[in-house]
Design a binder for this molecule. Structure first.
Ligand code: BG6
Length: 492
């Protein structure tokens, strides 16, 4: 039996992430009966408030963001587990007091000295807090475990990520560091391996002999909203490509691991990133498209351009869209391109992976100039969740035609996007000590190595922004990227 007894210490207890994701996730975990019997949550914040005030605020957020309606019994149980601890985490003298408080709580709640330190704060504080934990002897305690949870962004580039990682490793070992990528908590992302490695009809043709190309699209209707300050220094490359897209790409392209152990899976994922064709400026000139949205309409409603959003400079050159063609140079994938695209303020909202299979020769059918529709397998991550498959059959209505038939197992998931649901799975795994759905340092390092080159190329280039209207599907050049290869983006 794994002992999951623990105190979850949330740095940033009054912040957005805690309110929208972590607390609603904890509530639903409790409802599902997967919160350990001996468990406490200590939320840390700088503001002066009583524990009752804090609990009331949390209750309001759970009412608002939880996927299940609040049951008073469950809430009162969770409520009793939550405390608020006022403390400025920049004050190193406060850490020993916090330690004493937590140690004391252990006695009352029988939480065995186990700790989860959750960094739900701005990234510039990660190092400070970890240092505070270190000097107070809170990171490693005899006879118990301590785990550190880090939200993205993990660094701003390879250099800062390496620096941060080194600072973390001085205090926690790699196995105790949980780097969150919330996409890995999504059902269909976890399903990629299951689909591939439990179905002979997929896995036996999952290679360059049968697959023409693979497309990964994460498209959003939302703009940057109130996150201008963060986004302006991030852009789509750091915000989406370096993290979520690289993770998805490695799951789609990896070799079967030798077993389901965390490190076996992570090692195979890493090999994919290492096999990505050397990203040179010459390569990028032909194979990457950056975009930034101008004014336009989303669902008929007028919206402002990126440069008019709050906290964005009028001459900003930050990209809100990226389309990229990549090659994975290994035996399985050489010759099969991977197209990825992501952007804000696009005409559709969704995340999907499209696997387009190669056409058969047009000898028996389609020789009369009719177009053969390809077999498409679509892994739908959101808003619909499930699998879509397209194949050709006879058209019974016309006696001679052949039509693509669509099989769709997907269903509309009422809770969409960056939901607490992904966090339920992730928090549960942290409690269990299973880091499979978190990124290992060398994966982060490999994806920064790729992202850095692309970001550097953009910074040197001079694309004229804005170059797509809000509500469109991105810059024209993104369509040309595929058209040049005789292909197109599939919108299923
Ligand atoms: C976050 C990004 O990691 O993912 C956001 O910082 C983005 O900019 C979000 O909107 C998308 O996640 P989801 O789950 O809503 O697709």
């Amino acid at each position: 039996m794994i002992d999951m007894s623990a105190i979850l210490v949330i740095f940033g207890g009054t912040g957005d992430l805690t309110h929208r994701k972590l607390m609603p996730a904890l509530y639903n975990m409790l409802l599902d009966g997967i919160v350990p019997e001996h468990f406490r949550v200590v939320s840390i914040g700088r503001r002066d408030k009583t524990v009752d005030e804090y609990r009331n605020e949390i209750r309001a957020s759970i009412d608002r963001y939880s996927r299940n309606k609040v049951d008073e019994n469950i809430w009162s149980k969770l409520c009793g587990m939550i405390s608020y601890y006022r403390f400025d985490f920049r004050d190193f003298e406060g850490y020993p007091k916090l330690k004493a408080y937590l140690d004391n709580l252990d006695k009352e709640a029988d939480t065995k000295g186990n700790r989860i330190y959750y960094m739900a704060v701005a990234p510039e504080y990660f190092e400070t807090i970890v240092h505070g934990l270190h000097i107070a002897g809170m990171a490693r305690q005899e006879g118990s475990w301590s785990r550190l949870v880090i939200e993205k962004p993990f660094g701003k580039d390879l250099k800062t990520a390496r620096h941060l990682n080194q600072k973390l490793l001085e205090v926690f070992d790699e196995k105790s560091i949980y780097r969150i990528d919330h996409y890995l908590g999504k059902e269909m992302i976890q399903n990629i391996m299951v689909l591939r490695f439990t179905n002979s009809i997929f896995e036996s043709i999952w290679n360059n002999k049968f697959i023409d190309n693979i497309q990964i699209s994460l498209t959003e209707k939302l703009g940057v909203g109130t996150r201008g300050n963060y986004y302006e220094n991030s852009g789509a490359m750091r915000d989406m490509v370096q993290s979520h897209i690289m993770q998805i790409l490695s799951l789609v392209a990896m070799e079967p691991p030798v077993n389901l152990k965390t490190d076996s899976i992570r090692t195979e994922k890493l090999k994919v990133l290492e096999a990505i064709e050397d990203i040179t400026p010459e390569f990028l000139r032909e194979n990457v498209v950056f975009g930034q949205y101008g004014r336009g309409f989303i669902d008929g409603v007028p919206v402002v351009g990126y440069r008019e959003e709050a906290n964005i400079p009028k001459d900003s050159n930050t990209e809100t869209f990226v389309a990229l063609k990549l090659h994975i140079n290994n035996f399985r994938w050489a010759g099969t391109p991977f197209y990825i695209r992501t952007g804000k303020r696009l005409g559709t909202y969704g995340a999907e992976i499209v696997i387009q299979f190669k056409d058969l020769p047009n000898i028996l059918y389609f020789s009369d100039g009719h177009i053969q529709e390809p077999n498409l397998l679509v892994i739908r991550i959101q808003p619909n969740v499930g699998v879509f498959f397209q194949f050709n059959t006879k058209d019974f209505t016309s006696h001679h035609g052949i039509v693509p038939t669509k099989m769709d197992t997907s269903y509309e998931n009422p809770s969409q996007g960056n939901t607490p649901e992904a966090y339920e799975r992730l928090i549960y795994d942290i409690l269990r000590g299973d880091s499979t759905l978190f990124s290992r340092w060398d994966e982060v390092e490999a994806s920064w190595t790729i992202a850095d080159r692309i970001i550097k190329y953009r910074e040197q280039g001079n694309v004229k922004f804005p170059n797509y209207d809000a509500g469109s599907m991105g810059p024209v050049r993104s369509f040309e990227l595929l058209a040049r290869d005789g292909r197109k983006w599939w919108n299923i």
